[in-house]
Design a protein around this ligand. Sequence first.
Ligand code: SDX
Length: 430
Amino acid sequence: MAEEKAARLHLAGKDYDLAVLSPTAGPDVVDIRKLYGEAGVFTYDPGFTSTASCDSTITYIDGDKGELWYRGYPIEQLAAQSHYLEVCYLLLYGELPTPDQLVDFETRITRHTMVHEQMHYFFRGFRRDSHPMATMVGVVGAMSAFYHDSIDINDPVQREIASIRLIAKVPTIAAMAYKYSLGQPFVYPRNELDYASNFLHMCFSVPAEPYNVDPALARAMDRIFTLHADHEQNASTSTVRLAGSSGANPFACIAAGIACLWGPAHGGANQACLEMLREIGSVERIPEFIARAKDKNDPFRLMGFGHRVYKNFDPRAKVMKESADEVLDLLGVHNNPTLQVAKELEKIALEDEYFVSKKLYPNVDFYSGIILEAMGFPTSMFTPIFALSRTVGWISQWKEMIADPQNKIGRPRQLYVGSPRRDYKPLDAR
Ligand code: SDX
């Protein structure tokens, strides 16, 4: 980025000139990298509401316009015209693939979907009623114990192999976590199936009878994967970058991302949102919950509402809402009470001064759970599916950071408000 403008900080009688860097799109940034060295002060920004942690070419979001681009392509176009593995190629390599490149990439992913057979025994250590996210954190982290030939982060060939392995194997691991929770046998991946069909087959087929994936459901599943693939420097992506900045191997970094995504303020919101909609239960009870969400003394929040960046609407939520209607119609699920509550809740909230003034709109997690539940997934599988989808975004951001010659270990500072220096007091003097 060319240095075009400058900012001046006046502090304690001195002036400090700071460079202002201009992006392809979005806000300018004030470059404060030399501030502490020259002025002896830190900036203060808990939650990083005004902080750019890196520069990136992968994903752009505009919170006011409700825009989301993967490598410059609007999410609406990709959701309608592309498919998840093509989106994976785009996020990983920066351009849409040629037909030959796409066939080669899909073949490489397909041929890496099986996990080391020894991993089956690794699952045995978990309780059957473990949350699948707990299993995924453990098993994805354990990939670094099985795939030693792709953990040298300084070798671009090994970085590429690890990326392919993660995109290919995380769906298998997610499906295994689901099957394990059911007490059903693991289902091996099938190379003749596309990525989304393969995931549905590994989740829902049983050895006792044939299982044919409904192509329309597979398309809906694939669209959900695309909508969740990447999202700039969100909490879990920032976790992956920070873990990667220490030189940790890619499997450990992705496991860290999965752990962060699990939180109900982040990827865990899809599970929390559906549980909330069920708790509300009927349109008549919506006002009670709206009042609770507005009550400062009540920690309750409307799950699936609000976003750090989107202050108009989440473009993914719009696509997801359309998909919810399609999938429920396809499945013959009419007058789904949860969907009725969701639509009425959205309508009421969008007319309520509290939500309007705080710019709270449905986010990607508001409708996704309704679709996933209609497909037959339990709420406990909602966040694992988010993690599966986001793996390509995490690994793309990780690769971009590792390949950046400016890459250095992330190490924020603090505003210390603890005790002044004091001397130790022996026990008999206290
Ligand atoms: C994801 O960052 C990403 O890109 C994430 C994500 C991705 O793709 O990676 O988009 C995925 O995580 C989507 C968000 C899923 N989370 C939820 O749906 C949980 C519910 N939402 C909130 O917890 C909240 O909106 C956050 C965490 C999403 C955003 O929080 P912020 O930006 O820190 O905003 P805030 O907490 O400072 O809220 C601003 C105000 C506060 O009121 P005041 O203190 O100003 O009076 O709005 C209120 C909040 O109390 N508020 C809500 C609310 N969300 C914010 N009030 C009621 N219900 C809500 N959902």
